[in-house]
Design a protein around this ligand. Structure first.
Ligand SMILES: Nc1nc2c(ncn2[C@@H]2O[C@H](COP(=O)(O)OP(=O)(O)OP(=O)(O)O)[C@@H](O)[C@H]2O)c(=O)[nH]1
Ligand SMILES: [Mg+2]
Length: 358
């Protein structure tokens, strides 16, 4: 068959189809609606599957990130229990050092051990193989309920100031948080108030481009408070939902740097009364109890409202999150479980305890 014949054949088919549609108009409409409905259902089921996959991924992300901490605790406990020992002073002492080495903290550990001793004597627990489950239940009880989530819809713009010591993961956290907010349909603006080095604003800009959100930045050496002011002004003018301000890493004992932070806070508050609505302190979980002390000292100068614990994937001291949550009265809001954009989760005490003892 030559090309002309093929074209002729195609034209014949088109004409036959057109005639059929003209003569069976209603049937054609029903068919088109049916095909569209099937496509829509297919699309919805793919979206649902992806959502379930994302949820599964985040749960396994936490599980993976806690590998080191969990193997310290669970292997220690299994070793203790596996020897078929009864719960005596030596057993309790070893249990105590297992929990302390995961940085669960002295307060929680002492409380757990005392309760276990009582329940053993009172025969509420009579088999040491129940210990892992027992500790899990007691921890759920000790840690109480999760606080309500941050309500990003309450204020517009909702302003978040991000603070912490050098290298704790502030800028990376901002990128990850912005990403999750943009995915939730929020209009996000980043403010590059870390003007200490040029690379800092560039790093934030890379995140803004990657996430697809806006950024306000100035040149290296500009006053951090000026950038914060510009960012607040832009957030108001551009109808932004969430403004996140990055700051330079600082140690609490550097008085001038803490004053600079206060300035940033005040200028945002002046431009947007009531803001910043959140001051998130980012801590590196690898530093264990040091992180807890950092928050304690930062809190004296800045009104920290929430904590983000990063690098859980790189530490055997993840238990420190329980100590922080128990001792500081400041909620842990998010956790960083890797360097990737999706390695980020809301902190949920129950999921965390279950993952720690699974
Ligand atoms: N493994 C791992 N690495 C992380 C995580 N969060 C951040 N990092 C890494 O930590 C390093 C420092 O992160 P930044 O976000 O630049 O830290 P920062 O607090 O902004 O640092 P300064 O601005 O210099 O104070 C980078 O290499 C990040 O990729 C995490 O949850 N897990
Ligand atoms: Mg930074």
């Amino acid at each position: 068959m030559n090309t002309q014949q093929i074209i002729k054949e195609i034209n014949t088919y088109i004409t036959i189809s057109q005639n059929w549609i003209l003569h069976h108009y209603n049937l054609a409409m029903y068919l088109a609606i049916a095909i569209l409905s099937v496509l829509l259902l297919l699309l919805l089921s793919i979206r649902k599957k992806n959502k379930i996959k994302a949820l599964k991924r985040s749960a396994s992300g936490l599980d993976l990130a806690l590998n080191k901490t969990r193997s310290g605790i669970v292997n220690g406990l299994k070793e203790l229990v596996g020897l078929g020992r009864t719960i005596d002073d030596d057993f309790l002492e070893e249990l105590q050092s297992t929990l302390l080495s995961a940085d669960v903290g002295a307060l929680i550990t002492t409380k757990l051990i005392a309760k276990l001793e009582d329940d053993w004597v009172g025969k509420k627990i009579d088999d040491n193989e129940q210990i892992i489950n027992y500790l899990k239940q007691e921890l759920h009880h000790t840690m109480g309920k999760n606080p309500p989530d941050i309500d990003f819809n309450q204020k517009k713009p909702h302003v978040i100031l991000v603070v912490g010591v050098n290298g704790s993961g502030k800028t990376t956290t901002i990128g990850k948080l912005a990403n999750s907010l943009v995915k939730d349909g929020k209009k996000v603006l980043l403010g590059a108030s870390d003007t200490f080095r040029a690379a800092a604003a560039e790093q934030l800009e890379v995140w803004a481009n990657r996430v697809g959100c806006q950024i306000v930045r100035q040149n290296e050496g500009a006053a951090p408070a000026t950038v914060a002011y510009d960012a607040a002004e832009a957030a108001l003018a551009r109808d932004i939902d969430v403004l996140i301000i990055d700051t330079a890493g600082r140690l609490h004992n550097k008085k001038n740097l803490m004053l600079e932070l206060e300035k940033v806070f005040n200028i945002i508050n002046k431009k947007i009364p009531g803001a910043p609505h959140e001051v998130l302190m980012v801590i590196d979980a690898c530093t264990g109890q040091n992180a807890l002390n950092q928050v304690k000292t930062f809190k004296k100068d800045v009104k920290v409202t929430g904590i983000v614990a990063t690098k859980l994937d790189g530490t055997a001291k993840g238990g420190v999150l329980l100590a922080i949550q128990r001792d500081l009265g400041v909620p842990i809001r998010y956790i960083g479980t890797g360097e990737g954009i999706e390695d980020f989760d809301k902190f949920d005490k129950n999921t965390f305890i279950d993952a720690l003892f699974s």
